[in-house]
Design a protein. Structure first.
Length: 360
């Protein structure tokens, strides 16, 4: 419906790349020579809801058939500052492709499958080469986030040695990374670390000085054997503490948890139950992965039901203990006794201990 409303539009960017690579992935993005107002009018005339989500840069979002489609008017850069660009609209497809980052992202395709490839992106995709469009140093100076994007696509598409022009330009452009916000750096690093096998890309980041610039003190370490979990892999890369990135509060909490000590590799079931009573199993399992433990340890952890302390404040209230500091202390003491006993005593047994001691 959207393409029918905009017959001059083409599919662009990641969806074309992944279609040619026979991969699932990118959202469907479109480009059109139509000016934003004309695109909105054409979409609405076809019964498609159009939202001006980025009208200053020529972008509208179309909602149709339960999907959203980002549609952007063809553009050329007028001015760049290393992070943002001032653009002008154009009807020149090649000019629009020339402002994109990598050749594999600069292709466009008509609905009938005709591919327009102005810079050799299809050949680069087939050979596993991540190459900047045009002059690499110029592309980086336009937007220093492209340095990190290079490693994101390298981790997912590269098959051989990295492009020499790209690596030279990246090494020279490392100081420009200081212009980027912690949010944007973490957003890209998260995608790098989520790749199926990012170790080679991360090692290249270190060789070119990029890793040290965004994660001071980090050293490359094997990551491919770990699950594709960005925070787990970040914990493997980074020394204990919070890196100079903009993580969410939830992410910071989980990172701290993963950086804790792993369970002893020879811990018996009682010791593991005590650990599970205080620490979620996924955190303990993550710590064992970071410590290089064999799968047998994780299998043992996964096979133990998580113990839950069975006594609550209302149970003590039913025994005549008033809420307050004393109740809190009794609960703490009772939980300590439950842990000492291997987390197996049930509610009745624990309350019976109180009655026997005459606590109420």
């Amino acid at each position: 419906m959207v393409l029918a409303a905009l017959p001059a539009a083409r599919l662009v960017g990641g969806c074309v790349r992944d279609h040619l690579a026979d991969r699932d992935g990118a959202d469907i993005d479109l480009a059109t020579p139509d000016q934003p107002a004309a695109a909105i009018a054409a979409l609405e005339a076809a019964g498609v809801r159009a939202i001006p989500t980025g009208i200053a840069h020529g972008t509208v979002t179309a909602l149709a058939d339960g999907h959203s489609y980002e549609i952007t008017t063809l553009r050329r850069d007028v001015e760049t500052d290393g992070r943002h660009a001032v653009v002008a609209f154009t009807d020149d497809w090649r000019a629009d492709a020339a402002r994109r980052d990598f050749t594999i992202n600069a292709m466009s395709m008509t609905p009938d499958g005709t591919v327009f490839d102005y810079f050799g992106g299809r050949a680069d995709l087939e050979s596993g080469r991540v190459r900047f469009v045009g002059d690499a140093a110029t592309r980086i100076a336009e937007d220093y986030l492209r340095i990190l994007r290079f490693f994101r696509f390298t981790a997912r598409y590269a098959k051989g040695p990295p492009d020499a022009e790209a690596t030279a330009a990246i090494a020279a452009g490392v100081p420009g990374l200081a212009m980027l916000s912690g949010e944007r750096v973490w957003s890209e690093l998260k995608r790098i670390l989520a790749a199926p096998a990012p170790s080679a890309a991360v090692a290249l980041m270190h060789d070119l000085g990029v890793l040290q610039a965004i994660l001071p003190g980090a050293a490359p370490t094997p990551l491919d054997h770990l699950p594709a979990d960005p925070l787990l892999r970040l914990a493997a890369l980074h020394r204990p503490g919070v890196p100079a990135l903009k993580l969410s509060n939830e992410e910071v909490e989980r990172l701290f948890a993963l950086q804790g000590p792993p369970p002893p590799s020879d811990a018996d079931e009682v010791a593991l139950r005590r650990l599970l009573a205080d620490t979620p199993p996924e955190v303990l399992i993550g710590r064992t992965r970071l410590a290089g433990y064999p799968d047998a340890v994780r299998a043992r952890l996964a096979g133990i039901p998580v113990p839950v302390f069975p006594v609550q404040g209302r149970d003590l209230k039913d025994l005549g203990i008033a809420p307050g500091p004393m109740m809190g202390q009794i609960l703490r003491d009772l939980r300590a006794a439950w842990l000492d006993g291997g987390c197996v005593a049930d509610r009745a047994a624990l309350l019976a201990q109180l009655v026997e001691r005459g606590t109420p």
